[in-house]
Design a binder for this molecule. Structure first.
Ligand code: NDP
Ligand code: 2IT
Length: 444
């Protein structure tokens, strides 16, 4: 059996019932096969790939909190500190009922390569809880966040591990967590990113993931002789990533005709009204039915369906495995040009392969959504120097980073004989830097 196949079998055997984690490892290892086989002897001797797929540390803890009725609730908390070869652990905290160890490990594993691709000194980590902020009062969310940090504070720090937002964790949650960390540790440090602007947050962090997705999409289309201006776009999700992807796509001259949430989706033939979407989702924390009720040009549909709409570009920005083989077939049948992932692993492997085989330009999440964590690293820099940069400064650095990421993965794909395969390019380029740092630092 080849080294790659051995490692994949070991991962499946040692980590049962974690299908998303297996999927993430499989996708990366398949891309790395050519690199690993060329260095097999040294990597085997150093067990480099075994170390790469095994988290440095996994923390699982109880999170008790009291709801508004006086009832004690108990959730599970997680932080997987995956790889610190190139910097302190960095990655978001997901608050969603579907969270379990396998989900956090898949996200943490992806984060290693994503963070490497940014070119900034950040290692990979991820955390979260099966707590569902939806439908909870602000006081309940605060009670949960304070209890979560009362345990997690022991393991994080500005130079150790710097969590941030992800699904269900936005400015409100980061604020409550930051306050509790400061109260316990009595230090004012950049231990979390995505903070509010009045207490150390960075301008443009809120917009960064969605904007970054469009910067890389735009560059990729340009390098393939196409232009985003005038194109029609389908976005899924209606959270942080989806909202700012929609905003930037429209600023760049495209028309976004869909958004979705976990109950339904919108088709808006006139293009999504971003101000209204922000009002419904960011201010009222309401469902998309409210968007449809306020917008005559919008149709609301229950369930899934954004990938059935005829578009030039598809941007999955909700969650993992939301774009499956049948969705890929529908997109191809409708003549889609590009699919770029705003979410983490939204496209299944079968769907990705189908899109690539049918000539669709495909940029994977670990490259396409890296603008969020890259801007988090810029927030860390500002906190360290105790200064705040302007929106334009941060946004211009973000643009440069996203353009560089595209050229890095494009060049890596070409160098290894897989021209245009941006999945392979992203995995290889992300891996090589981490592997070199791990090798240089000895067996740790
Ligand atoms: P939000 O919580 O702001 O929004 C998530 C959106 O996706 C909501 O519209 C939500 O609908 C929908 N969604 C979530 N889970 C499901 C599900 N199981 N089925 C259907 N719809 C679902 O999260 P973000 O926008 O921050 O994150 C979206 C994706 O982007 C995630 O994959 C995240 O890991 C990734 N990402 C986020 C970054 C960031 O900076 N925030 C950076 C890089 C990647 P509903 O409200 O109904 O649940
Ligand atoms: O998946 C991700 O990259 C994020 N949720 C952002 C992580 C961060 O540290 O900003």
């Amino acid at each position: 059996m080849s080294y790659v196949d051995e490692i994949y079998s070991m991962v499946v055997e040692k980590n049962p019932a974690q299908p998303e984690f297996h999927q993430a490892v499989k996708e990366v290892l398949e891309s790395l096969r050519v690199v690993i086989e060329a260095n097999e002897e040294a990597y085997r001797r150093d067990a480099l790939i075994e170390r790469l797929v095994t988290p440095e540390r996994q923390i699982i803890f109880r999170v008790p909190w009291v709801d508004d009725k006086g009832q004690v609730q108990v959730n599970n908390g997680y932080r997987v500190q995956y790889n610190s070869a190139i910097g302190p652990y960095k990655g978001g905290l997901r608050l969603h009922p579907s969270v379990n160890l396998g989900i956090i490990k898949f996200l943490g594993f992806e984060q290693i390569f994503k963070n490497s691709l940014t070119g900034l000194p950040i290692g990979g980590g991820k955390g979260g809880s099966d707590f569902d902020p939806k439908g909870k009062s602000d006081r309940e969310v605060m009670a949960f966040c304070q209890s979560f940090i009362t345990e997690l504070y022991k393991y994080i720090g500005a130079d150790t591990d710097v969590p941030a937002g992800d699904i269900g964790t936005g400015a409100r949650e980061i604020g409550y967590m930051y306050g509790q960390y400061k109260r316990i540790k009595d230090v004012y440090e950049g231990v979390l990113t995505g903070k509010g602007l009045s207490y150390g947050g960075s301008l443009a962090r809120k917009e960064a993931t969605g904007y970054g997705l469009l910067y890389i999409t735009n560059e990729m289309l340009k390098c393939n002789g196409k232009s985003l201006a005038g194109m029609t776009v389908a976005v899924s999700g209606s959270g942080n990533v989806a909202i700012y992807a929609t905003e930037k796509a429209q600023q760049l001259g495209a028309k976004v005709v869909t958004v979705s949430d976990s109950t339904g989706w919108i088709y808006d033939k006139d293009g999504i009204d971003v101000a209204l979407l922000k009002e419904v989702k960011e201010v009222k924390r309401a469902r998309l039915t409210e968007y449809a009720a306020a917008r005559p040009s919008a149709e609301y549909h229950e369930g899934k369906g954004v990938w059935t709409v005829k578009v030039d570009v598809a941007l999955p920005c909700a969650t993992q495995n939301e774009l499956l083989l049948d969705d890929a077939k529908a997109l191809v049948a409708n003549g889609v040009t590009a699919v770029c992932e705003g979410a983490n692993m939204p496209t299944s492997m079968e769907a990705t392969e189908y899109l690539q085989k049918n000539g669709v330009l495909f940029v994977p999440g670990k490259a396409a959504n890296a603008g969020g964590v890259a801007t988090s690293a810029l927030e860390m820099s500002q906190n360290s120097e105790r200064l705040s940069w302007t929106f334009e400064e941060v946004d211009s650095k973000l643009q440069t980073i996203m353009v560089n990421i595209f050229h890095n993965l494009d060049n890596a794909a070409k160098k290894y004989g897989m021209d245009g395969n941006y999945v392979a390019g992203a995995n290889i380029a992300g891996f090589l830097k981490v592997a070199e740092a791990m090798t240089a630092q000895g067996i740790v």
